[in-house]
Design a protein around this ligand. Structure first.
Ligand code: OAA
Ligand code: MG
Length: 631
């Protein structure tokens, strides 16, 4: 960091230093420049950027052959520095390469006139619908999901609105591509498939300068940040800096499913190293090649990041923590949720979506929430988060203490059932679940002894709901509710087919990653996707539109209640406990409205006066991927 560059006419540059207040006088980012591009009617010779005027470099004559290089690379020497950005808008060429504004063949004749696009595009003018059709055709031709993922990422980098149009209109087909399960594979191979960087990388190298690094991001009005440190990516473990695929994917969903504008979304990966030896040995690994920083060094960097966020974007930016390891996730949530608008999706978002599924499933499995007995495999972020929210809802319904409600909920980790005799050696987030009970070593034994009516897998370990386990729960229940939540598909506790076959068609099943419908004994079984993607986009939208300052557990209950209410009789008839993703924008608007209403009720909303119809208001705030017309 340090010195910045001013621009001279030939693209070569000279260093100038920061002013006394450490402020950049340099070009402050794309935003100012875009206003010039988009608003311009006739060619200007001066481009205003960040308060500076820079001489326009109209292409110089190239008579005699050869292209004129605009950055001055040809004349650069080691001590004559080169400015690596283009700083003039001589034609619509830059517009075509700006994903936020590019429309490709859909630029109209008028736009082609006004923005110097003639000759840069073939003569035909296409509609956005036709562009969508063409791209869907081409994406469908790829054999492997990862190829489709790369095609989608390239589209996002080329034409943002078209990317979102595809994603919104084809959500059931494309969600498994830009999100789980394919995003998991993409993160594993990120170093090799990586083309254009997306998101903001903050590594230990940036220590002491995070605020400055944040200012490099082109957009200033950020509403939602999704941040990971890559230590527990889905159920795949430590993928270090390559975890960036997760915040990028989650924020694509914030826009497509929740309607938060893409320019208001900031994906962040904090790179403190990785303990994944395979990545450390990989010559294509993109992150810091060192073991993870821990303890004070780790917490100091996180603290600097959190402070920089507040300083740069204010109090009301929402921070979503994603895929941190258990040993940091709970502590960070406790530490920062009292002074930031913050939530952890793996603990709280997952809890809210699962509670919704359980409440909806009551129509199929019978009884009230407190009538049921829950057994969890996995007592990490998802397991304890879900258990706690279920207990909270139970205690509200029964008007008893949360301690009393916890007695109906059992958790099993890699060392067996969580019981009081283990209390001293348990991590703090597991301690509330240490019941007075005999030690039980295996899941199968636990199912036989505890006789749960609902079985929830949240261990990140695949294939753990064996035939014996499913048969055991089925032998005690007419309709057991089985949730295999671990992601991606490879880590799922069992497949949909296994759940239906081994329960002889009696299980109600939902999973974190999607499964196709299954035919068993001549009947088709549909399973729901119990994924936090149902919750976080609408939940975040609700916080943003109400100007909420803090997240409260009652807001998670409000989101959950709204989701459960939107399961229709038609869905139930198919055995579904979640509504289909095709309706997700409507679902998100309803969730947002319920969350916002709760924020107002709790006095945590700052957007005043409260809009009367919150659903309509939420809908009116949602981003549309349709192309605008340019002057
Ligand atoms: O990303 C997903 O599909 C759900 C999630 O948060 C996780 O598994 O960590
Ligand atoms: Mg996650």
């Amino acid at each position: 960091m340090g010195n910045v560059f001013s621009i001279n006419c030939f693209g070569t540059s000279k260093k100038i230093s920061k002013d006394e207040n450490n402020n950049h006088s340099r070009v402050s980012g794309e935003e100012e420049e875009k206003k010039v591009i988009i608003g311009r009617k006739k060619k200007e010779s001066v481009v205003v950027r960040g308060g500076e005027s820079v001489l326009d470099l109209s292409p110089r004559s190239t008579v005699g052959g050869g292209g004129e290089e605009i950055y001055g690379e040809d004349c650069a020497t080691e001590d004559q520095l080169v400015t690596p950005w283009t700083f003039s808008v001589a034609s619509g060429y830059s517009l075509l390469r700006d994903p936020q504004y590019n429309k490709g063949l859909a630029f109209t004749e008028n736009e082609r006139d006004a923005h110097y696009l003639h000759g840069l595009l073939p003569p035909t003018v296409s509609s956005q619908e036709l562009q969508e059709k063409k791209l869907m055709n081409s994406i469908r031709q790829y054999e492997f999901p990862l190829q489709k993922y790369v095609a989608m990422m390239n589209l996002q980098e080329r034409n943002e609105r078209l990317f979102y149009k595809l994603l919104i209109d084809n959500v059931e087909e494309l969600l498994p591509i830009v999100y789980t399960p394919t995003v998991g594979e993409a993160c594993q191979k990120y170093g090799s498939i990586f083309q254009r960087p997306q998101g903001l990388y903050i590594s230990l190298k940036e220590k002491g300068e995070i605020l400055e690094v944040m200012k490099n991001w082109p957009h200033k009005s950020i509403q939602v940040i999704v941040v990971t440190d890559g230590e527990r990516i889905l159920g795949l473990g430590d993928l270090g800096c390559q975890g960036m695929g997760i915040p990028v994917g989650k924020l694509a969903l914030y826009t497509a499913l929740g309607g938060v504008s893409p320019s208001a979304c900031l994906p962040v990966t904090i790179d403190v190293g990785t303990n994944n030896q395979k990545l450390l040995n990989d010559e294509f690994y993109i992150g810091l090649k060192q073991k993870r920083a821990t303890g004070q060094e780790y917490y100091d960097l996180l603290h600097e990041f959190m402070s920089a966020v507040k300083q740069n974007y204010g109090e009301k930016v929402l921070i979503q923590f994603e895929d941190f390891a258990n040993h940091n996730a709970f502590e960070l949530l406790t530490k920062y949720s009292t002074n930031h608008l913050l939530f952890n999706d793996d603990i709280q978002g997952t809890a809210s979506v699962v509670l919704a599924g359980v409440v909806a499933a009551l129509k199929l499995i019978g009884g009230t929430l407190p009538d049921h007995t829950f057994l969890f495999l996995g007592a990490g972020e998802a397991g304890t988060g879900i258990a706690e929210l279920i207990a909270l809802e139970m205690s509200k319904q029964t008007k008893t203490s949360i301690e009393e409600s916890r007695k109906k909920i059992f958790l099993l980790d890699s060392k067996g059932l969580i019981v009081s005799s283990r209390k001293n050696s348990l991590q703090h987030f597991k301690k509330p679940w240490a019941h007075e009970h005999e030690p039980v070593n295996t899941l199968l034994e636990a199912v036989k002894i505890i006789k749960p009516t609902v079985l929830i897998g949240a261990s990140g370990v695949g294939k753990t709901f064996t035939k014996e386990v499913i048969e055991a729960i089925t032998s005690n229940n007419e309709k057991p509710f089985i949730l295999a939540l671990s992601n991606p598909t490879s880590q799922s506790e069992c497949t949909a087919e296994e759940a239906y076959q081994w329960s002889e068609g009696r299980a109600i099943f939902a999973s974190g990653s999607p499964f196709d419908p299954v035919e068993y004994n001549g009947k088709v079984y549909y399973s729901g996707q119990a994924n936090n993607a149902y919750i976080f986009p609408g939940f975040g939208l609700g916080l943003v539109i109400s100007g909420a300052t803090r997240v409260h557990d009652d807001m998670l209950l409000a989101a959950s209640e709204s989701l459960a209410k939107q399961v229709t009789d038609e869905n139930y008839a198919k055995g579904l406990t979640y509504p289909p993703f095709t309706d997700i924008r409507k679902i998100s608007a309803n969730i947002a409205a319920n969350v916002a209403a709760k924020a107002y009720e709790l006095g945590l909303a700052t957007r005043l006066p409260r809009p009367r119809n919150l659903v309509k208001y939420a809908e009116s705030c949602m981003y549309s991927p349709s192309y605008p017309n340019y002057r």
